[in-house]
Design a protein around this ligand. Sequence first.
Ligand code: ZN
Length: 353
Amino acid sequence: MSVLTRNEAQTRAQLLDVHRYTVDLDLTTGDETFDSRTAIRFTAHTAGDTFVEIKPETLRSLSLDGQPLDPERLDDNRYPLDHLTPGTHELTVDATMHYSRTGEGMHRFTDPADGETYVYTQLFLDDVQRVFAAFDQPDLKSVFDLTVTAPTGWTVLGNGTTTRTTDGRWTIAPTPPISTYLVAIAAGPWHSVTTHHAGLPFGIHCRRSLAPHLDADADEILDITRSCYDRFHEKFDEPYPFDSYDQAFVPEFNAGAMENPGLVTFRDEFIYRSAVTDTERQTRAVVIAHEMAHMWFGDLVTLTWWDDIWLNESFAEYMGYQTLTEATCFTDTWTDFGVARKGWGYDAEVGPG
Ligand SMILES: [Zn+2]
């Protein structure tokens, strides 16, 4: 696979502005693959050559400004866009994509407890191309406008509020300009607890077989969420930039959590199934606060390239501990911070700059 270099990303960012992705996903085509249709509106500032990334099972068709392109020209994960003329263009891509079981791209999971199936995306750091065609780099931000066809009985969650239109089709409110790695959907017969806070819909979600355990902790999770949300508003001048705040506890998640705007995903081990210590509850609360900090620092304001990920993560972690201490019943978090995090910082300090 061709891995995007920093030089390639800089060259592409100088050539292009990306305006809008209109993405149509169909999750009803079988257990192995899903359909993905994408239209990308973008402007080329000068004449030039570039490429778009996609990792399809089958690349059915493409067109540029209405003219068909040859799908056979896909080279590994790159489709070349040669001799672009200056001006605004529309690229359409129609493909069949693989579900994954590795937590990369569109992960698909069937719950052994009840046979129910769930899918969710994890697109950090360069896996959007496993779901739809994209100029996959963090500084080419765009509006994302997604529509999802899902099986009957499923709920579709996305970065924006979702609406079920006709049977099985869901529209997701278009995002403000965000990076490709931050697009998210989660679909399945979720068990959900929803509420409103500060005029926005808030929700927490898990697979159905964990419903009693989520319900047992729903008040605690939502109280922490509301308290941190209010405290961040006191600290940051900028209001929360998105239209909803969903937190989905998803199965077989590789990381602790992911700060998708408006749809944070957490490993569902955070839905505790037996008695846990206060420290474990505090750890979950820190992660909730950390991911919420990213809504501003990471999602609204985003690194240009991955060499600044240290700042993104360090600031979210610091804000997470600080905000939790200020706003919730977890008032002794700095001890944990000193034990769990400070040593990392010292180690990083003495490393190469
Ligand atoms: Zn983080």
